[in-house]
Design a protein around this ligand. Structure first.
Ligand SMILES: Nc1ncnc2c1ncn2[C@@H]1O[C@H](COP(=O)(O)OP(=O)(O)OP(=O)(O)O)[C@@H](O)[C@H]1O
Length: 245
């Protein structure tokens, strides 16, 4: 059964162009906690600190919190993009991500080539790949642009392609950021329908969002982050209170 289990999870990002010596002086004066030096005396941002949680079957989790709280970093860590520097993380199940439209896309390849690249990466057979290509081509509605290198796409076209590719297969664990809300109205309507199917059929969903509306509509649990730590974890009503009105 798909599950996610984090114990004492920590993520740090080195800041290569900052001098440890001058920074130390400034930080000491300010008692900063998130920008520090590690054992190798490198300056690092502590993006996530000591996170522990378990997510199981049927949970649709919203990651909330102010800018810089760590929502995107946590999503990317769950997706296997970042390696924890401390603690442990166990993710069981097939993962689908709607995190960053351009992630994993080759700018110099066409839309069609990118669809096939993704299929190869997922280890699909030729027949499955053919199916995915037809599906994604039809859903993206890109027409002749499908055979143009994606460097020449508008932002909205990039989102259409990324969305079509990401949703062409049903994952057990769905990880989403809010980027998918930038399409035009016609596309959003179709995207929402497809998304609903994907969310309903996923066994676990984790979404990073600022929107209370989205949370009340899609989620049954909220993990609130603040400065890289969990400050609340419970049902939507527990964390956000009763619905307005
Ligand atoms: N690649 C990176 N290099 C250095 N620091 C980073 C990097 N990515 C994130 N950070 C830092 O990690 C912290 C958490 O950032 P993150 O993007 O996860 O926050 P967020 O909650 O998603 O914010 P937002 O709502 O603004 O998208 C921030 O302090 C940010 O500066």
């Amino acid at each position: 059964m798909p599950s996610i289990e984090a114990r004492g999870l920590a993520i740090e990002f080195p800041l290569y162009h900052v001098s440890a010596r001058s920074l130390k002086k400034r930080l000491l004066a300010k008692a900063a906690v998130r920008v520090k030096t590690d054992e190798a005396n490198r300056v690092v941002v502590s993006a996530l600190r000591d996170l522990s949680f378990t997510i199981g079957h049927g949970e649709r989790v919203a990651l909330m919190g102010h800018n810089g709280a760590g929502k995107t970093t946590l999503l990317r860590t769950l997706a296997g993009i970042y390696e924890p520097v401390g603690g442990s993380l166990r993710v069981q199940g097939t993962i689908g991500t709607l995190i960053d439209p351009s992630a994993g896309m080759d700018q110099d390849s066409t839309g069609r080539e990118n669809i096939r690249l993704r299929g190869l990466f997922r280890g699909l057979s030729e027949a499955e790949m053919q199916h995915m290509e037809e599906e994604a081509a039809a859903f993206s509605g890109l027409g002749e642009f499908l055979d143009v290198p994606i460097r020449g796409y508008s932002a909205g076209m990039g989102v259409r392609l990324a969305f079509a590719v990401a949703t062409a297969m049903q994952p057990e664990i769905l990880l989403m950021d809010e980027w998918f809300s930038v399409g035009d109205a016609d596309f959003m309507e179709r995207a929402e329908e497809r998304l609903r199917g994907l969310v309903t059929n996923a066994e676990i969903m984790v979404i990073a969002t600022h929107s209370e509306d989205t949370v009340r509509r899609w989620c049954n649990r909220v993990i609130r982050l603040d400065a890289g730590r969990i400050v609340a974890d419970g049902t939507v009503e527990d964390v956000l209170g009763p619905p307005p009105g």
